[in-house]
Design a protein around this ligand. Sequence first.
Ligand SMILES: CC(C)(COP(=O)(O)OP(=O)(O)OC[C@H]1O[C@@H](n2cnc3c(N)ncnc32)[C@H](O)[C@@H]1OP(=O)(O)O)[C@@H](O)C(=O)NCCC(=O)NCCS
Length: 288
Amino acid sequence: MAEFSVRPAQPEDSEAVFQLFADWQASHFGEVEIGPEMFATTLAGADSVFVAETEDGIVGHADVDGGWIGLGVAPAARRRGIGTALLAEAESAATTDSTWLTGLRAEPAAAAFAAASGYEKAWEVWLMGIDLPEDISEPQWPEGVTVRTYGGEEAEAREIKDLLDLAYAEEFHHHPATFENWSRFMFDDPMFDAGVWFLAVADGKIVGAALNWDEGYIKDLVVHPEWRGRGLGKALVYQTFAEFKRRGLPRVTLKTDSNNPTDAWRLYERVGMRKERTYEIFQKGSAG
Ligand SMILES: CC(C)(COP(=O)(O)OP(=O)(O)OC[C@H]1O[C@@H](n2cnc3c(N)ncnc32)[C@H](O)[C@@H]1OP(=O)(O)O)[C@@H](O)C(=O)NCCC(=O)NCCS
């Protein structure tokens, strides 16, 4: 068996790790969806990152965020136990009882590796997308609701973060980030643009939000529990579509969970989005 070692990643490994990830994306999707900058931001936000090294250099990486583990091994280095060794390090750095792995359904190794590592499939994540049509429906705001974009004040950012935590609280796997980590992740991203952060306001309070990346990605769509069922989510999506159309973008995408307690995918299908890609989430340990 070829020699390899696993160690915590150093800042200077970032480029090699990005290259592994970029090669993997290119082989599956024919393109790399995020740039080195955003990748570095994501890694910087992780609790820990490990790399596996052989005499050929870095051939694998694992990152841990709470109980979430991301893992990849270069094709030429697979089936030598490197994935298993990285996973063991990642699991011991995890801060939750359960741990989760994400695999692309189209990647045959993922489900086999997850099963061999004691994981069970828990749910799916769908990438949904739409080619923006010529005519986009006018947003219909519920009575008393007005829309504006994010103004950049910290108090407002905290109100948005509280709304996200409240709206996502029902998802058992949600572990709220600190305000500092969340702000860094959102505001330092090259795709952040306050002009596509739409806030629905009623009686001076933020009751819904569509937080979008400027490249045509709906990062978060949330409606306060007391404001659900009145078309507010749909209005926020149409507002988003209209702005991206005005900016000349051809497509809008997002990711949503199969076990989302509000069945958000139904709303996305209602506005014309379709499931384009499936990821499987594998879990080890008890839920909650
Ligand atoms: C999944 C992945 C990380 C596995 O890395 P790896 O270093 O090849 O894994 P290991 O050598 O430690 O494999 C451990 C066991 O998993 C199973 N396994 C791994 N890949 C497999 C495959 N392609 N087919 C069948 N079983 C496989 C086997 O039981 C293997 O043990 P064995 O080789 O003794 O039979 C790697 O294929 C990869 O990077 N895939 C792309 C990224 C990805 O999908 N990550 C998400 C993982 S859920």
